[in-house]
Design a protein around this ligand. Sequence first.
Ligand code: ATP
Length: 575
Amino acid sequence: MESFGYERMTAVQRRSFGPILGGGELLARAKTGSGKTLSFLLPAVERIHRQLDGEVQPGGVVMLVLTPVRELSMQVAKEAEKLTSFYGSCRMVCMTGGVPWEEDLKSLDEGQGAVLLVATPGRLQSHVAKTEGFAARLRRVRILVLDEVDQLASETFRAATLEIAAALPPCSERQGLFYSATVSDAVHGLVRQIGRGDGLAFVDVIQSDEVVVPEHIDQYYSLVPTERMTECLWRFLQSHAKPDFKAVAIFMTGRIAAYYAEAFRKAGTDLAVFEIHARRSQKQRTEESERFRAAERGVLFTSDVSSRGLDYPGVTHVVQMGAAHSKAEYIHRLGRCGRAGAKGHGLLLLHDFEEGFLEQLSDLEIMEEPLSQMTEDLPDFIKMPIAKNVKAQAYYSRINHVMRNSTADLLEIMREAHRFARSIGATDEEDRPPEITVENAQKMGVAEIQDVPGTVEHRVVTVKLVPDHNFPYHDPVRGPRWKGYQDDLLDDALRSSEGPGKRPPLAELRHENFMRGFRHLQPGAVVQPGKDDFARPLPPKRRLPETPRTSPLKVAPRDSGDALHTFASWLVDCP
Ligand SMILES: Nc1ncnc2c1ncn2[C@@H]1O[C@H](COP(=O)(O)OP(=O)(O)OP(=O)(O)O)[C@@H](O)[C@H]1O
């Protein structure tokens, strides 16, 4: 403990060390931020060190730690690395999604000795199923740790966790350690399936009559009309933004977090804005995570990928933008602040339709923060220049999220989502929210409902590409390519009607593309791809002479080098 700079053990550490060193199985429940990571890592590595007798093959895994989220795996891996380098008897390897597959195998193979593997279930399950010889490398696992076990026991991770456990030695030959701040019935079920059954110790550092939220975290909530959510978040962040203010704001989905991060940046907050969610590449997520860890001040805009286990030093505030899936999830989210005995402050901004969630929190000390009067001194979030696509995606993802998590009437959900669309400036001049195609409406179960805002008829529009010059670049295999999502649009359109080896004269622009900014496209409109607003017709003077409907597509010859200059226009005729 001293090498980690700690004077004394926390309660969960004190009570875990003995049973783990003794080889027993353990289910442990302790508050967020109470030092659970070291409470399993330290005695487990010590035990492995004592047991290792040189018989393990290079690349063989002796200890496996599963965590549900990539960033959490990386965080646990860092602690594990400190310990393994101290003991020297095994080395740490971390495997998560978002990293090239071959790198996993390389890191297993390079280096001497047994491996302490920290991994997310998805990546490991894929290796077990697809990588030749991988399961064999797991046959010597002596200690299995499930960190955030109640999430690993949830529907999302349970199957993968069981499949991985099936590749390990029988439970009589390994030790299972199961940790979380909250323990559900599903956890007991999973532990029964994976563990030995007999002799499981339950280290419960939270007494049954005690509240599981650390006492030094103040909790507040406000009931907020959808239209005022952004304003409330803005005011909260601006009014608390002292020099050491460091906040985590958790949104319903990654796409909503992405919209807010961009909106707050553009609104000119003086707080540094960080952004972590599943819509970013793993490289971006890792870099952002490191930056936020090192930052003294700022806000992390994120989704539930950051709600568990992550230990960002110095987080003072957590804002939850909407109800959590459950009380347990609320507690995990809140636990990103007030760690290791520090003071914390949590604010839950509940949409007006989520009031019922408060019943689940009735035994917590959570106080109402009344809404302040609305004032005018705010950035204009509705007019904020943010791509239509970003707003539309936030809107779609929000509908999906609310549908999955609410029992409300579907039409009510759509109407409320319409209010959300308005509040982020995602509606058009006629107050229509982004379009939902009939196909998607069917998937969402709203196709049969009259008056669903934004639902459109299935549309397939045949477009003619009139090539000229000005393609951004020419891909030798795929032909002319645009940049950004417009690139995908053109590409989809062409791919949908490509014959073997050559492009046909006509390409179908399918209805999906209308969701992505084509709704204003009129028959005969001429637009210039690659420009800021793809769907905006060019002024009449830029119109090209109309091409006869049946004329073949003429692809301009490549002039010089890689740059094929074309001026393109789309002639559209409805079927
Ligand atoms: N004995 C100790 N004394 C002081 N600080 C400690 C001690 N052990 C761990 N810590 C620090 O406490 C913080 C929280 O630890 P950790 O991340 O393990 O919490 P946790 O209980 O796993 O939380 P969560 O439930 O959110 O996953 C970390 O910054 C860790 O370095």
